[in-house]
Design a protein around this ligand. Structure first.
Ligand SMILES: Nc1nc2c(ncn2[C@@H]2O[C@H](COP(=O)(O)OP(=O)(O)OP(=O)(O)O)[C@@H](O)[C@H]2O)c(=O)[nH]1
Ligand SMILES: [Mg+2]
Length: 225
């Protein structure tokens, strides 16, 4: 898929302030500094569309970027970094949680993990929580340029082995480097497939996501076809 046009739409400090447009959304989540904003820049081919920084805690709002006038890339604040104050972590935590659990437009949550990091109990717990909420997700390893090929394969196998404890079916895995522009095409192809598979359904029809919709939210729901 080619990204012809991308536009920054809004930065929301509250879920209620997110765009009302009933368009599919693809959001990026992970620890502060894992490379969420950099990956969004890599996918869109724009150097500084999403603001990045070497220090954790740069993205503090839910940021919407409209792509080809048809769907959104969503940059989320980082979660759980020791160098971010506890008050801010709590605030971001609430914002992220409400975005994930209330945003019916969310089609797939890309969960970013630094490819160099050990798999942690909290990672497994977070994915279980997504599973319980029936939130579709995919895993993205970031900063793979910092690893040798063999190390990356070893870490990938380790993550998959850990995931098998909880999951019968493996989610999609993507290996990326925003620095080297690796792996972005596969993510865009996947988003394209998901966009193609979406069907608009009326509000009163059952949809996997419909039961999470608040009455004030948009009038159209999405269903994976
Ligand atoms: N080597 C390397 N560095 C990267 C890569 N992606 C991001 N970085 C660097 O990692 C740092 C953090 O990147 P961001 O994209 O701001 O991370 P973030 O997850 O959005 O961080 P918060 O907004 O604080 O949650 C920056 O210094 C980036 O240049 C990558 O693929 N390879
Ligand atoms: Mg960021």
């Amino acid at each position: 898929m080619r990204i012809k046009e991308v536009q920054f739409i809004s930065s929301s400090a509250d879920i209620e302030d997110c765009p009302r447009a009933p368009l599919p959304e693809y959001a990026f989540i992970g620890r502060s500094n894992v490379g969420k904003s950099s990956l969004i820049n890599c996918l869109t081919g724009r150097k500084s569309l999403a603001k990045t920084a070497a220090r954790p805690g740069k993205t503090q709002t839910v940021d919407h970027f409209l792509v080809n006038d048809r769907w959104f890339l969503v940059d989320l604040p980082g979660c759980g970094h020791a160098r971010v104050s506890k008050t801010r972590r709590d605030r971001f935590g609430r914002l992220i949680e409400s975005y994930i659990s209330e945003r019916v437009q969310l089609v797939c949550l890309f969960v970013l993990v630094d490819a160099r990091r050990e798999w942690q109990k909290s990672d497994a717990g977070f994915l279980r929580w997504l599973g319980e909420g029936e939130i579709p997700f995919a895993l993205v390893l970031t900063k793979t340029d910092k690893l040798r090929r063999g190390e990356l394969q070893k870490n990938l196998s380790h993550y998959k082995a850990q995931m098998r404890h909880d999951w019968e079916v493996m989610p999609k895995f993507f290996s990326t480097s925003a620095l080297k522009k690796w792996g972005g095409d596969s993510i865009l192809t996947y988003i394209d497939e998901l966009n193609q598979s979406l069907r608009l359904v009326p509000q009163n029809q059952s949809s996997r996501l419909a039961n999470k919709v608040r009455p004030t939210s948009c009038t159209i729901h999405f269903e994976r076809g």
